[in-house]
Design a protein around this ligand. Structure first.
Ligand code: C2O
Length: 335
């Protein structure tokens, strides 16, 4: 294996699933000679990511306003709502071709060990863009706390049709007060969620897992496989997306998932579970050079193109954010 290095010049049309409207997903007017290497942000009090169902009215208003402003940016602004969603499309539907005859031939950030670090970086930039749009350097992206009974439904802030956080393409049978079912399998029809079954599921996929390749997934080769963190997270996508759309859009398909603001809060919780796994369950990150030196490209809040490496995201505190310390009711939820 080799580290995956995203080359902006290699970006081409995505391989979208059948039924999806064809769209280009590469970033707008990339200047590939103008890429800056990532540097850590200045040390400030951390942004504290809180459960989406526990925001104060002011925090909810800030979040809605930031997304409203992001939606109002011109479509070809790399910080715009449309372009942010396209990042996921490009990295998940084979837009970036790898040099030489590598296998797999394109960058993929699912079903392998790149899942956790890619999405951590993605949220890092997204959160900072939102904070800069509302001029709040301590703005923090909330998390969808579906590992706690009070968070096991689509949080209220996402359900107001007039709000910037609303997305019409969600499963009409899964709106509150329907509990999420973390064991949901769309192939066997609809079931309603169960608190204890959900807690046991989180225990099984997080607390009970020891080896990094079981937790994060296997290395980026044709034999890659997803880990239990990604597996747990997949349900949030397929359960939320609209089954009457061809690919469960928006949340149910990679290219469209980022069009639902809840996507980023869902991933904020996934990112939090990675941190909890390390802090409380003795989880350990990979140390392979190929992993550590894998790099991705993102635009920052000043629309500069930044190259980041996996090794710089393994510890979230130098990235300037943390998570509110809320109860972990699944800690001992042995099935
Ligand atoms: Cu890149 Cu939740 O998926």
């Amino acid at each position: 294996a080799n580290p995956v290095v995203t080359d902006p010049k290699s970006c081409g049309l995505p391989n979208l699933p059948a039924g999806a409207q064809p769209i280009p997903c590469c970033p707008p007017h990339i200047d590939s000679d103008n890429i800056t290497d990532f540097v850590f942000p200045p040390k400030l009090p951390p942004r504290v990511r809180k459960p989406a169902h526990l925001l104060t009215p002011q925090e909810a208003a800030d979040y809605k306003e930031a997304i409203r402003l992001m939606r109002a940016l011109p479509e070809d602004d790399p910080r715009s709502f449309t372009q942010q969603a396209k990042i996921h499309c490009a990295y998940c539907h084979d837009s970036y071709v790898l040099p030489g005859s590598t296998a797999p031939p394109q960058v993929k950030v699912h079903f392998n060990w790149l899942f956790a670090p890619f999405h951590r970086w993605y949220l890092y930039f997204y959160e900072r863009i939102l904070g800069s749009l509302i001029n709040k350097p301590d703005f923090a992206l909330p998390f969808w706390n579906w590992d706690h009974p009070d968070g096991m439904y689509i949080p209220d802030i996402f359900n107001d049709r007039r709000s910037s956080l609303y997305d019409a393409k969600r499963n009409a049978n899964h709106l509150p007060p329907v509990l999420i079912d973390l064991n949901w399998n769309k192939r066997v029809g609809d079931t309603s969620g169960d608190v204890d079954a959900n807690l046991s599921k989180v225990y099984t996929n997080i607390a009970a897992v020891k080896a990094p390749d079981s937790f994060f997934g296997k290395s980026f080769t044709p034999a890659a496989a997803m880990g239990t963190l990604e597996g747990l997270h997949n349900t949030g996508h397929s359960w939320t997306g609209d089954p009457t759309d061809p690919n469960g859009e928006d949340m149910g398909s990679f290219y469209s998932a980022g069009r639902d603001p809840i996507f980023y809060c869902h991933h904020s919780n996934v990112d939090r579970l990675w941190k909890i796994w390390k802090d409380k369950f003795e989880g350990e990150d990979f140390t392979d050079d190929d992993y550590l030196n894998t790099s991705f490209l993102f635009y920052n809040e000043n629309s500069e193109l930044i190259r980041v490496k996996v090794k710089d995201c393994l510890d979230s505190s130098p990235l300037g954010y943390t998570y509110a310390d809320v109860p972990i009711p699944w800690e001992n939820a042995v099935p």
